[in-house]
Write a new protein. Structure first.
Length: 455
């Protein structure tokens, strides 16, 4: 009888699944991520799990500076809770541009994650889709998250992990709204990561939320040293001139326990198109007298890397740093991936030079694009670590690499306005260099938004 009921229910299940798939989707996570170093966060994982098991707190916020390894830990916790059957959903807000997504859209995206992991919650999510149109954020949290999870009758609260919360412009609105769920921690709990302690940052309404904060510290020297010993073996050394034990000790000291510093060093040494051999680059790095724990943290390393990847211009050839600034400036304000042709038109960079800059910067990427989209130009936030993007936009970057996002917005705005002018009736027979703008011709007021965030 049960088999017959399942067969009869299948068409309805297929319809509900199809409707679930219309909710906002989390970007493809099939990309290169920093590896979780074995036992590197053993104590932190134990502390987080103990807090989740014994506390009635709704939100656990793991906070720490950029590069400390929050995202790596969040993904490890996601895997751990998923294997235990306690993961409700995972969202990495640094994987895509959140400037065009409001809190309600993020709630719907989390609901889609819940339905994908727990199919029995789908009927309640479909109810939310029917009932929540144009309603409040509180109602969205109630209908899209709480009620679907309550319908599962799970013996323990299910966990929603939201990584890089502070990289989303509406994070304060979302966190404040979570107060609605303070008394529901037996059904759902949240783990979020943030660079700042939300209590210390005085977010509006944060004190109304049941929240526990956990400061994430540096990784131990022993773990960082093991990382270097393993990965420096893969560097294409020249003439057998490898890193010595003394070099590894110095690199470990300079890292300050920041995993992103260590991975950036290995990536830079492994880049096969450096003009200098790896041992010379290594000598320059270990010759530094400044530990990363200093005021500019990763800035010194990024500066050295960029000077090598984009040397000073010469009179005969192209200007590498000029095109670096133009490329990074454009990708910093992009909201969607573009074809090489469209991007080159927008940025004012010849296509062959765009490809060169893209390939060169791959040495500093901490994430790779989704499979099949390698030939597209992607927003910088989806490929590079936040600490690198902050460096090129900050006052610590030397003038030849510093980026003004305001100037980038202005330049792209002018380019898009020129293309929109081509959409006017008097210009119908002109060529359209930007095919994507032409595709959005029915809504010219949105053409600019397709490319860049509003300044």
């Amino acid at each position: 009888m049960r088999d017959l009921q399942d067969v009869m229910r299948q068409p309805a299940n297929n319809i509900e699944r199809a409707r679930l798939d219309t909710l906002p989707k989390h970007p493809d996570m099939g990309m290169k991520w920093a590896e979780y170093l074995p036992d590197s966060r053993k104590l932190d994982v134990a502390n987080v799990c103990e807090t989740e098991l014994t506390s009635n707190t709704l939100v656990l916020c793991i906070h720490g500076p950029a590069g400390i390894g929050k995202s790596t830990l969040a993904r490890h916790l996601s895997d751990k809770f998923r294997s235990a059957g306690r993961l409700a959903g995972f969202a990495f807000l640094g994987a895509f541009s959140t400037q065009m997504l409001g809190p309600e859209a993020i709630v719907k995206m989390i609901a889609r994650e819940i339905g994908s992991i727990h199919p029995r919650a789908i009927p309640k999510i479909i109810e939310a889709m029917d009932q929540c149109h144009s309603t409040s954020l509180d109602n969205h949290l109630q209908k899209y998250i709480l009620e679907p999870l309550r319908s599962l009758s799970h013996p323990q609260p299910l966990i929603i992990i939201v990584d890089a919360m502070d990289e989303w412009q509406d994070h304060s609105t979302f966190i404040e709204a979570l107060a609605l769920l303070n008394l529901e921690s037996h059904i759902v709990k949240f783990i979020i990561t943030d660079r700042l302690n939300p209590r210390a940052s005085h977010l509006p309404g944060v004190r109304k939320v049941s929240i526990y904060t956990y400061a994430l510290g540096p990784i131990s020297d022993e773990v960082i040293k093991s990382y270097f010993e393993k990965h420096l073996e893969t560097v294409p050394w020249v003439d057998g001139r490898k890193a010595s034990p003394a070099d590894i000790e110095k690199l470990t000291e300079l890292s300050g326990g920041l995993p992103v510093w260590a991975s950036t060093v290995v990536a830079l040494l492994s880049y096969r198109f450096n003009e200098s051999p790896p041992h010379e680059i290594l000598a320059e790095i270990v010759g530094s007298r400044r530990q990363v724990g200093g005021s500019d943290e990763l800035g010194e390393l990024y500066g050295k890397a960029l000077r090598r990847l984009f040397p000073s211009s010469n009179a005969q050839g192209p200007q590498p740093r000029k095109y670096f600034r133009r490329y990074i400036g454009t990708t910093l304000v992009l909201q969607e991936s573009l074809s090489l042709t469209d991007f080159s038109t927008l940025a004012g960079i010849p296509p062959h030079l765009t490809s060169i800059v893209q390939f060169t910067l791959s040495a500093l990427q901490t994430r790779s694009p989704p499979p099949g989209s390698e030939k597209m130009i992607h927003p910088a936030t989806s490929l590079f670590h936040l600490s690198f993007l902050e460096y090129v936009q900050g006052t610590t970057a030397e003038n030849s690499f510093a980026i003004s996002t305001f100037d980038s917005h202005s330049a792209l705005g002018m380019t898009c306005l020129e293309q929109i002018c081509n959409l006017l009736p008097s210009s119908l027979h002109r060529d359209f260099p930007l095919r994507a703008v032409q595709r959005y011709a029915p809504a010219p007021n949105n053409s600019g938004q397709y490319y860049f965030a509003r300044a």
